[in-house]
Design a protein around this ligand. Structure first.
Ligand SMILES: [Zn+2]
Ligand SMILES: [Zn+2]
Length: 202
């Protein structure tokens, strides 16, 4: 039985597996909690701006209580392992960027990984892969924040708290759509799914 911190275990249960990506998000969230001196967000006190949609985001949701549903998790598709966490009550924010290296895989371990992700691994290979991930993440957990991340206090204009909008009915599909997302098409209300895309490419 592996002895894991309770909040780390919770993140693994939410995410579905234990992996380095999740662990980065977990450690980034821990670093933010320490730097901002906060606890998990019950409502929308904390806001997280994440710059990738990888495994780590699930740990941010579990640890910080920043979720898409509450409107205090903002995703920017920048492809960076970067997390900006802000506290609405104090106006303090911190940006945490992954700068360290995830422990690389040996050629043999990489072969094993391919077999597992390709769906052709034996039960034995699956077990071996999980053990490797376990060891890699355990080493990450034992690494000081400063060796993994660049952590800087930032000045941040936080978005306003989530608003509740009126709904209107799309004239094309008959489904309800938030007013702020509705369009007009041939003079009639249209949802985005029913709107023909018009773009000049920028
Ligand atoms: Zn994962
Ligand atoms: Zn529609």
């Amino acid at each position: 039985m592996i002895n894991r911190p309770a909040d780390y275990q919770k993140a693994i249960e939410f995410h579905g597996h234990c992996c380095p990506g999740l662990t980065i998000g977990y450690l980034a969230a821990k670093a933010a909690i320490e730097r901002l001196d906060v606890t998990r967000s019950e409502d929308e006190e904390l806001v997280a701006i994440v710059e990738s949609d990888g495994c780590g985001i699930d740990a941010v949701q579990v640890l910080l209580g920043c979720t898409i549903g509450k409107g205090n998790l903002i995703f920017k598709d920048h492809g960076k392992q970067a997390y900006t966490i802000g506290n609405r009550q104090t106006g303090k924010a911190v940006r945490i960027v992954m700068t360290g290296e995830v422990i690389p895989l040996s050629a043999e371990q990489d072969k094993l990984k391919r077999a597992v992700f390709g769906g052709e691994a034996t039960a034995e290979q699956e077990g071996a892969w999980h053990k490797i991930q376990e060891e890699r993440t355990a080493r990450m957990l034992a690494t000081p924040f400063a060796d993994l991340f660049k952590i800087v206090d930032v000045e941040l204009k936080l978005p306003s708290e989530a608003k509740i909008f009126n709904s209107v009915i799309c004239a094309y599909c008959g489904e309800k759509v938030m007013e702020a997302r509705a369009r007009l098409q041939d003079g009639k209300i249209a949802c985005l799914a029913c709107t023909e895309d018009y773009s000049r490419g920028w």
